[in-house]
Design a protein around this ligand. Sequence first.
Ligand code: LLP
Length: 419
Amino acid sequence: MNHFELIDGELHAEQVALGAIAREVGTPVYVYSRATFERHARVFREAFAALPKVHIAFAVKSNPNLAVLRLLAKQGYGADVVSEGEMNRALAAGMPAADIVFSGVGKTRDELTAAVRAGIGQFNLESEEEGEELAAIAASLGKTATCALRVNPDVDARTHAKISTGKAENKFGVAYDRAAGIYARLSALPGLAMRGLAVHIGSQISDLEPSRQAFLKMGALMNALRVEGYAVTHMDLGGGLGVPYKPGEQLPTPAEYGAMVAEVTQGWNATIMFEPGRVISGNAGVLVTEVIRVKQGTSAPWVVVDAAMNDLARPAMYDAWHDFAAVRPTGETMVANVVGPICESSDTFAKNREIDVVKAGDLAVFGTAGAYGATMANTYNSRALVPEVMVDGDKWALVANRIEPATILAAEQVPDWLV
Ligand code: LLP
């Protein structure tokens, strides 16, 4: 459910016409809906009403915009961060350090130090080596780092291979069979307070069964550790719940996911933690683009738009499907290819797809672009870094400026021995 709807024949974000934003800000531009973010945050939280203790940390990587983080902080959300940069964003947005979880397989010494200093609530350790390094850093600062151990359950999430993380062949977490030994050794280190386990098997998950299997394995590991006398008070079940990208696509709802979690975790007597990204942000944003021209093709016309793979990388990277819709649909459709201006064939958004009829100068949107959209944008082909807008009812504001190619050029220099 989202708040992008046709009003008097024109697509609006809440009560704001996308054409009005495009006229002022230009295109391409990401447009987010505050009401949609808030609705998703509420629905996700309500899905776990049956659980006694819950902590929700928004996966900042899915949409790190400061205004988005601020909005979620006001909803009581913490943050799941994977770099010092993301940590500083979450703190800048007003999220308490104690509500921040630091994940990631390659946290550097500097990042670990900064996070200990900031008083981050939980480090999700991805290896014994990382735990030993963090213990030394925390002890040298006279602090204790609160930690969970990320375990690789060797479960296939049945999603795209590039966004699968819970198979033994993936780089994430420690091997399931070694986890208890590592947990025990790390628990003995001064500087660390081991309090739980973490798991995350992948993203855009459309089938709850692999998650259920992974959570059951984590429960068994938790019980084994408790029998050995170790405290396991927190269980971080990660993120990964998928969202519909195609009209009419059916995915498990947060309520269905919540019911599965409630069933599996019954009697765990632990704080259950979540790291949702896409399910909160995905359908809260669209990418608005203008059609540059429609070029004749051999089998189907090429609709060349002014957004490209540098603005929205998912189709090029994962063959992802994003809905393409005219801002002022005529009701007629055509079969076409939708491509950006970048000089490689992977800059393709849709092939031989039935789309709204569009012509040069028309505005259109790519749907479900609030997650892994702007955050993965770059300046390939010396294009601008795409701006972002937040809508709230009938008002809107620019929440990230367009970074012009000239600004990026100004950050480069020619050494005097090359002049
Ligand atoms: N927690 C951890 C440890 C993660 O690695 C991720 C995502 C999440 C939570 C959030 O997952 P979500 O709820 O958003 O599925 N760029 C890719 C997605 C990469 C996901 C990486 N990890 C895409 O555009 O599909």
